[in-house]
Write a protein that binds this ligand. Structure first.
Ligand SMILES: Nc1ncnc2c1ncn2[C@@H]1O[C@H](COP(=O)(O)OP(=O)(O)OP(=O)(O)O)[C@@H](O)[C@H]1O
Ligand SMILES: [Mg+2]
Length: 414
């Protein structure tokens, strides 16, 4: 379970354990928050049945103080268990991600653009932070505590009233679950157009001098505006779809108030439940549905957050370049031995390249533009790994050496 949580929400092992603790704490806090309603119920019962006497006052006073103390204590524990651990985990996630990016082969950055990675580190981490500190523990805590209340009322009071007031909750969740696929598609599309826009803005800032020098500014700006309009259109569409899903489930919740009133009224009229039970269920639904509506919104947000988690998991699961942290090279001759290389696509950039760059000598690479000179110098420092053949430094195959150890032997003028 811990491992599944780790992958699903891009968490460290400690983070996954902390999330389980946070959910437990929110559940306990939710249950303590319902206790005042229990005391109120006992008080009304005493008043209605005429059993309220002077001797009962210390009971209610002590009960109220105890409940307030318990609420304060559970809130304090829950705060530490959710917020402090979440922000600690967020720090761990960002440094792990940065550390991972530092160790990934440059080929990875050839496939990903910078805007994508910036979004990963800044935006996705922030979104997951909110999900772990608010949405997930609050939703799981609410579902468990409401289920516990439902089951205990089922046995302690009238099961028909429990059905009349609780049936809407699973139905509302079912609506959100049914729409999950469409929601994910909308969020994925939304993220793609946002990335295209961020990438466009970044490119524009980086190349503004060239654009002006070549009188290409207006054409470029038109394309960028199109990208920005796409984001606006997709954002509106996504919001509209989310609003339809969440609001239809919220409307279902409100129907629950009606069924509780109708069933309760009928049972009371037949004399099968007391006015107190009827009143208690009405009080319950009015208190229960508002937090449930927030829980449903959280649930929809958690579903869309899955996209960010997938993207982070993809970075975290990419294999870094590794190797021995010691190198026993004999001199510093760099030898290319039948090297073949391609960047990401299937086009050969180098085929069967063999030469020796002698230690102490000058080796010049001469060739047409796009011939592969820069590629060769990058490969010599293991910025990429070769597809065939091997490159050695002082007789040691560099593909088996940790990149940081290897680079201690190189000086590079870019
Ligand atoms: N990061 C990359 N991803 C994909 N293809 C690349 C990448 N860098 C270079 N290439 C391609 O590899 C080939 C060799 O490029 P390289 O930059 O090594 O040539 P070069 O000999 O240094 O050229 P120049 O003299 O213009 O600097 C070219 O076809 C180039 O388009
Ligand atoms: Mg070059």
């Amino acid at each position: 379970m811990i491992e599944r949580l780790q992958h699903k929400y891009a968490l460290s092992r400690q983070g996954a354990t902390d999330m389980i603790k946070a959910c437990t704490c929110v559940t306990i806090t939710n249950i303590t928050l319902m206790m005042p309603a229990g005391i109120l119920f006992c008080l009304i019962k005493d008043l209605l049945e005429g059993t309220f006497t002077r001797e009962r006052i210390p009971f209610y006073a002590a009960g109220s103080v105890a409940v307030i103390a318990l609420i304060a204590l559970t809130n304090f524990i829950q705060y530490n268990a959710t917020f402090l651990t979440t922000y600690r985990e967020s720090g761990v996630r960002r440094t792990t991600l940065a550390e991972k990016l530092r160790k990934l082969p440059l080929s990875y950055f050839g496939k990903k653009n910078i805007a994508d990675l910036t979004t990963n580190i800044m935006g996705d981490c922030a979104q997951i932070e909110t999900a772990s500190s608010h949405w997930i523990p609050e939703m799981i805590g609410a579902v468990i505590s409401v289920s516990l209340v439902g089951v205990s009322l089922f046995f302690a009071f009238d099961w028909r009233m429990v059905l009349a007031s609780f049936w809407v909750i699973p139905v509302a969740f079912l609506i959100i679950i049914t729409c999950a696929g469409a929601e994910r598609r909308a969020v994925r599309k939304n993220s793609a157009v946002k990335l295209a826009m961020t990438d466009g803005i970044q490119e524009c800032l980086e190349s503004i001098r060239d654009l002006r020098a070549n009188n290409a500014e207006n054409r470029y700006m038109d394309e960028l505006e199109e990208k920005i309009r796409n984001v606006e259109k997709e954002a509106l569409l996504t919001e509209l779809k989310m609003a339809v899903y969440v609001n239809s489930s919220a409307i279902i919740l409100k129907i629950g108030i009606g069924t509780t009133a109708v069933v309760g009224g009928a049972l009371f009229a037949k004399g099968e439940i007391s006015i107190l039970t009827f009143f208690m269920f009405l009080m319950l639904v009015s208190r229960l549905y508002d937090p449930m509506q927030i829980t449903l919104q959280n649930f929809a947000a958690i579903i869309s957050c899955g996209i960010q988690c997938e993207r982070l998991d993809e970075v975290l699961s990419t294999k870094p370049q590794t190797g021995d942290e010691k190198i026993n090279n004999n001199g510093f001759d760099i030898v290319f031995d039948h090297v073949g290389f391609q960047y990401s696509d299937d086009t050969d950039v180098l085929t069967d390249v063999s030469f020796t760059a002698k230690q102490g000598g000058v080796t010049a690479l001469i060739g047409p533009s796009g011939g592969g000179k820069t590629t060769i110098s990058r490969l010599a420092a293991r910025f990429w790994d070769v597809n065939s053949g091997r490159i050695t430094l002082g007789g040691v195959d560099i593909s088996g050496i940790d990149p940081e150890t290897l680079l201690k032997n190189y000086s590079i003028v870019f």
